[in-house]
Design a protein around this ligand. Structure first.
Ligand code: FEO
Length: 168
């Protein structure tokens, strides 16, 4: 049985992942509205991926006989200055997620919650990939230097993202 502290931390992270899903959805809506369908598609898929992360933790907590406590999801910011700003915000969000995951890993370690430790290991690996991808996209937007042709090329590139096979 997981300790109350670990259960609380996982419940909080379920909320964080759902909040991230909601934020990516807001970003997707902004891009769609600005007629950048490729960015919108990429962000919508990312929103689904974050939902998958939340559900992975949800299933883990139930499998360990834990108690789910769903909390309110705060309203995401919907005002962005540019596409670059959208992806810079995405990168910041991923960096915050990494810090949150690290804290849960540390807590699981201190509480000797070994199953949770293994579960959080998956998230640590995932965050390395998520941050790297976001950082690369931000770098590409910086390279476009607001050149419309370059931005449209990048939008086309982002449109090629395929849904994740693993569902998480
Ligand atoms: Fe669920 Fe983007 O981390």
């Amino acid at each position: 049985m997981l300790s109350q502290k670990v259960q609380e931390a996982i419940n909080k992270q379920i909320n964080n992942e759902l909040s991230a899903s909601y934020t990516y959805l807001a970003m997707s809506a902004y891009c769609e509205h600005e007629n950048f369908a490729g960015c919108a598609k990429w962000l919508r898929l990312q929103s689904q991926e974050e939902y998958g992360h939340a559900m992975r933790l949800f299933d883990f907590l139930l499998a360990r006989d834990g108690k789910i406590a769903l909390r309110a999801i705060s309203e995401p910011n919907i005002k962005f200055k540019s596409l670059t700003h959208v992806f810079e915000t995405a990168l910041e969000q991923e960096q915050s997620t990494t810090a949150e995951i690290d804290l849960i890993y540390e807590l699981a370690h201190n509480e000797k919650a070994f199953a949770a430790l293994v579960e959080m290991q998956w998230f640590i690996t995932e965050q390395v990939e998520e941050e790297k991808t976001a950082r690369e996209i931000v770098a590409k937007f910086h390279l476009t230097k607001d050149d419309p042709a370059a931005i449209l090329d990048l939008d086309r590139e982002l449109a090629s993202r395929a849904p994740d096979k693993g569902g998480a």
